[in-house]
Design a protein around this ligand. Structure first.
Ligand SMILES: *Cc1c(COP(=O)(O)O)cnc(C)c1O
Length: 382
């Protein structure tokens, strides 16, 4: 088949600044393993930018979540409350340590964990609540933290979508004791694969460094705090190569440009589709006034699964790639093995069928976006 020249990708990872130059510098500098000069620059930019006590780059957000589960001493039999509408890593990290996942349904407006359903799910076995700021829009953190504190349950955030977003003026990822970031190629800032653990509670700092360094006190050794390093706890290898950190630094350095481009794309979709959506029963994203979103994605909720599938096919025939998103975790094979059944999380079951994500990335041009909008406005609903 001939290459379709008219093609708008859903996502396209691309360098936007000095990424390639920094990768070359990292290689020429000769420090290719973890915690080199570029890793330190990324730590500094994130710690200063967010006002976080300590940031540790990790090999992925999945691995940052695994570190959280180890840091929280999650044991077999513990329960962890997780939104039903999220990526599998949010739950896997805790299940790996033997936790039983408890899925909470999401709000029909923001698609975030429904805080009104949270308290009923807490039991004496509950160890943690893991809010996910879907699409980079803040969860209702005041209510979630109030409930968690009252029950003595930890809150740790999966902030894969939410870097630089805010809830009531405070950065997402700074509410929980710990938070994770993703630098996977589908996220706002990328190193291909990558992530970070944000540490907001000092108590976790020393052990986090140990877990990330194969269960050794190697970080303390390099700071001259101990005269040899040894095996002190369990751990794994969760630190990325400095080559990847170099690429990521190039992206983070351009954070204002990246975020303002994404903001402009988001607002263009929103303005262009408002009347069309209202006329055709399509739901657009809800951004509560007390939140500043991270502009991670633009999604639509079509009236039915059938229309959603037709919509994706219709755009694809025009060379435009749109995609659906998470399937309800409680209905996956694993979720059913933990007792999930249809009807448990009705909002997730519905929105999972209706949701479609539009092309949205750092090098999407206005011309391409215009083409996407024109095609959408001509979609035959009947
Ligand atoms: C992307 C994503 C992850 C996983 O990130 P990786 O860096 O690929 O491990 C976890 N949670 C959510 C909500 C995500 O969107």
């Amino acid at each position: 088949m001939p290459e379709n020249t008219l093609r708008v990708d859903f996502n396209r990872p691309a360098p936007v600044g000095s990424e390639l130059e920094y990768v070359t510098q990292a290689i020429q500098g000769g420090h290719l393993s973890g915690d080199g000069p570029f890793t330190k620059k990324c730590h500094a930019i994130l710690e200063q930018g967010l006002g976080v006590k300590k940031v540790l780059l990790t090999t992925s957000c999945t691995h940052a979540l695994e570190m959280m589960a180890i840091l929280l001493h999650i044991q077999p039999g513990d329960e962890v409350i997780i939104p039903d509408f999220t990526f599998v890593s949010t739950v896997n990290a805790f299940v790996l340590r033997g936790a039983t996942p408890v899925f909470v349904d999401v709000r029909p407006d923001t698609l975030n964990l429904d805080e009104s359903k949270l308290e009923a799910l807490i039991t004496p076995k509950t160890k943690a609540i893991v809010p996910v700021h879907y699409a980079g829009v803040g969860c209702e953190m005041d209510t979630i933290l109030e409930i968690a504190n009252r029950h003595g349950v930890a809150v740790v955030e999966d902030n894969a979508h939410g870097l630089f977003g805010k809830y009531k003026g405070k950065f997402l990822g700074t509410f929980g004791a710990l938070a994770s970031q993703s630098f996977h190629e589908t996220k706002n800032f990328s190193s291909g694969e990558g992530g970070a653990l944000l540490i907001n509670t000092e108590d976790y700092l020393e052990r986090a460094e140990i877990i990330r360094e194969k269960g050794t006190n190697r970080s303390r050794f390099f700071r001259g705090q101990v005269d040899k390093y040894t095996w002190v706890d369990f751990g794994s290898s969760y630190l990325p190569s400095d080559i990847l950190a170099a690429y990521l630094y190039g992206q983070l350095e351009q954070r204002e440009r990246i975020q303002s481009h994404r903001k402009s794309l988001w607002q263009t979709y929103d303005m262009a589709l408002k009347d069309w959506a209202q006329k055709n029963g399509v739901q657009l994203p809800t951004i509560p006034e007390h939140t500043e979103q991270a502009y991670h994605m633009y999604y639509l909720l079509l009236p039915t699964l059938d229309l959603r599938q037709k919509f994706i096919m219709y755009l694809r025939e025009r060379g435009i790639y749109s995609v659906f998103h998470y399937l309800p975790l409680h209905l996956s094979d694993m979720g059913q093995a933990y007792g999930g059944k249809p009807g448990d999380c009705p909002v997730t079951e519905r929105v999972s069928d209706q949701l479609v994500r539009l092309p949205f990335h750092n090098v999407l041009t206005s011309a391409d976006q215009e083409m996407v909008i024109e095609a959408i406005l001509e979609f035959p609903f009947k």
